[in-house]
Design a protein. Structure first.
Length: 290
């Protein structure tokens, strides 16, 4: 029974980690920029103006209905934007506006002050189809945000579509580093999925973890191979341990400019517990929540 379960585990991840990948970039032709009447709004506009020019995209500007729309529009025009403006009264309405507008990317800022929030970021990430790029520090040179991207990966390997935004946003001659953290909790999930007996001992659990790591590396090599004709560099690192401290250590040791977390499955965002913690605790660089 146990041998058959391990063989099944090997077979599943052998098929899922075949390194023949075709990663398509995203056609970013519409962007939703969310303002909240705060100092970081200008950084949202700076980033929106840069992305509009880079991707020849239309920008939709969203702001709380309690704010005066004229200063908002004036600030946008100052940055070279002539956006369509949409006031909203709640996060739910904002989610609906983004959905109707069919944006491919949402830009928004989050101040440190909790009381200054108009928007529930969790509801935005989970309720909207496009990823949300969260800004927590002023932006002077928006192109620098896409110079060195750290893409945090966890869980299963069927994530090819989740590389699309990283491949699209990294700038020419920039770097994209893939950090796949294999947590021991993943082994427990695999054991439950395969309905393995609770008799599996620590040694066999270690074998599962090592096998998971081997297939993760094969998959990451496939992603790197798929990028060889792109005008940027892709590398990978494989780590074993808890996700949040592993990613935080990587951020502390490298000059990263954007962190990518989460995954996108069947048109919806999936944010694990560790991704959620990273999304809310990383403040020194912007975070893109898929």
């Amino acid at each position: 029974m146990k041998e058959r379960s391990i063989d099944e585990f090997e077979s599943i991840f052998e098929r899922a980690s075949i390194p023949v990948l075709d990663i398509e970039e995203v056609a970013i032709n519409r962007i939703s920029a969310v303002l909240k009447g705060e100092p970081l709004d200008d950084s949202v506009l700076v980033l929106a103006a840069y992305l509009k020019k880079r991707f020849e995209a239309q920008v939709d500007l969203h702001y709380p209905a309690i704010c005066d729309g004229e200063p908002v529009l004036k600030a946008a025009r100052k940055r070279g934007l002539d956006p369509q403006t949409q006031p909203f009264v709640s996060t739910a309405e904002l989610v609906g506006q983004v959905s109707i507008g069919r944006a491919q990317l949402v830009l928004m800022a989050e101040p440190v002050e909790e009381e200054a929030r108009f928007i529930d970021i969790d509801a935005m990430v989970q309720g909207t189809a496009p990823p949300v790029l969260i800004i927590r520090q002023p932006i002077d040179k928006p192109i620098d945000i896409f110079a060195r991207i750290l893409h945090s990966l966890t869980g299963n390997f069927q994530q090819t579509q989740n590389f699309s935004y990283s491949f699209t946003l990294v700038k020419d001659r920039g770097t994209l580093e893939l950090l796949h953290t294999v947590d021991e909790s993943d082994v427990e999930d695999v054991k439950k999925a395969l309905r393995m007996s609770l008799e599996v001992d620590a040694y066999e659990a270690k074998e599962l973890l090592e096998s998971l790591a081997r297939h993760a590396e094969r998959y990451l090599k496939g992603v790197v191979a798929a990028s060889h004709k792109r005008p940027f560099n892709v590398s990978y690192a494989l780590a074993m341990g808890e996700v949040v401290p592993t990613v935080q250590a990587a951020l502390a040791g490298g000059k990263y400019t954007l962190l990518v977390v989460g995954s996108h499955e069947e048109g919806h965002s999936r944010v694990s517990t560790s991704d959620y913690r990273l999304m809310h605790t990383v403040r020194e660089i912007p975070v893109l929540a898929l």
